[in-house]
Design a protein. Structure first.
Length: 223
C-alpha cells in the first residue's frame, strides 16, 4: 500500500482550527464513519482504550452545552458533527479492577498467564513508574492524554478527505459534565470530558496563514 507523502503534508497544511462551519453542509455518513473509525483504531497505553466518543447531534443538547463552551461559540451551533471525548477514570483504569481484567481477557484475548504478567507490569507502571494511584486526577490525566492520540488521528483523517475540524478545550469542565449527567446520565464518577471536536466544512477561508516554528527550533537530533 503506497500513500503519497505530499498528499499527507497537503492535508496538514489544509487543516486549521476552523472558527465557524457552514451550517448548510453535512458530512456524509460514509465520511463520518471513516473519521471515527480512525479514532477507534488509535493506539493506547497497554492497549486498554481508555475512551468513549459521544456524537452530539441533538441540537437542544448542544444549546444547553453552549453557555459553558466559551471556546466553541460559533463551532458548536454550526458544526455538522460534534464529538465529545470521554476519558476513563480510576474506577475503570486501576490495574486490578474488573474493566482492565475483562479487557485483557475478552477483548485482547490474552491467556491467563499473559494476563497475570501484564497485570503485574501495569501495577508497577501505575504505582511506581508514573505514580498514577496517588490521585484520581493523575489517573484521569493519563487516560485523557491518550484520547488526544485519537483526536490527532480524526483531524488528520478528516483533512485528508477535505473535511474541516476544530478541537475545543475552552469549556467549563464541571458545568459541561453536569449537563451531560443531567441529560444523558453520564457517570462523572468514572468518566471525565477530555475535549470537544467540531467537524464540518469551513464557512470561510482561514483568516491567517498557517504559522509554525522552524525545524531547528523544535527538532534536536542526539547522535
Amino acid at each position: 500500500m503506497t500513500i503519497c507523502k505530499q498528499d499527507i503534508i497537503d492535508a496538514f497544511l489544509f487543516r486549521h482550527a476552523c472558527k465557524e462551519f457552514d451550517a448548510t453542509r453535512r458530512i456524509s455518513d460514509d465520511d463520518f464513519d471513516f473519521i471515527v473509525e480512525t479514532a477507534r483504531l488509535s493506539p493506547s497505553s497497554f492497549g486498554l482504550e481508555p475512551w468513549k466518543f459521544l456524537v452530539i447531534q441533538n441540537q437542544p443538547l448542544r444549546e444547553k452545552l453552549l453557555p459553558h463552551v466559551w471556546g466553541g461559540q460559533k463551532q458548536l451551533p454550526s458544526a455538522s458533527h460534534v464529538i465529545i471525548a470521554l476519558a476513563r477514570k480510576t474506577g475503570f483504569m486501576r490495574y486490578d479492577n474488573d474493566y482492565v481484567q475483562h479487557f485483557m481477557r475478552d477483548v485482547q484475548k490474552f491467556p491467563d498467564d499473559a494476563i497475570q504478567a501484564r497485570t503485574c507490569m501495569l501495577k508497577k507502571f501505575q504505582e511506581q513508574d508514573f505514580a498514577l494511584l496517588d490521585s484520581d486526577r493523575a489517573m484521569t490525566d493519563w487516560s485523557g492524554k491518550q484520547t488526544y492520540i485519537a483526536l490527532g488521528n480524526m483531524m488528520t483523517a478528516a483533512a485528508l478527505i477535505g473535511i474541516d475540524s476544530c478541537p475545543i478545550e475552552g469549556f467549563a469542565l464541571e458545568a459541561v459534565e453536569q449537563v451531560l449527567s443531567d441529560d444523558i446520565g453520564l457517570d462523572t464518577t468514572n468518566w471525565s470530558v477530555a475535549y470537544l471536536l467540531g467537524l464540518g466544512y469551513r464557512k470561510a477561508p482561514p483568516a491567517r496563514p498557517k504559522t509554525r516554528q522552524d525545524k531547528a527550533a523544535v527538532i534536536q537530533v542526539i547522535e
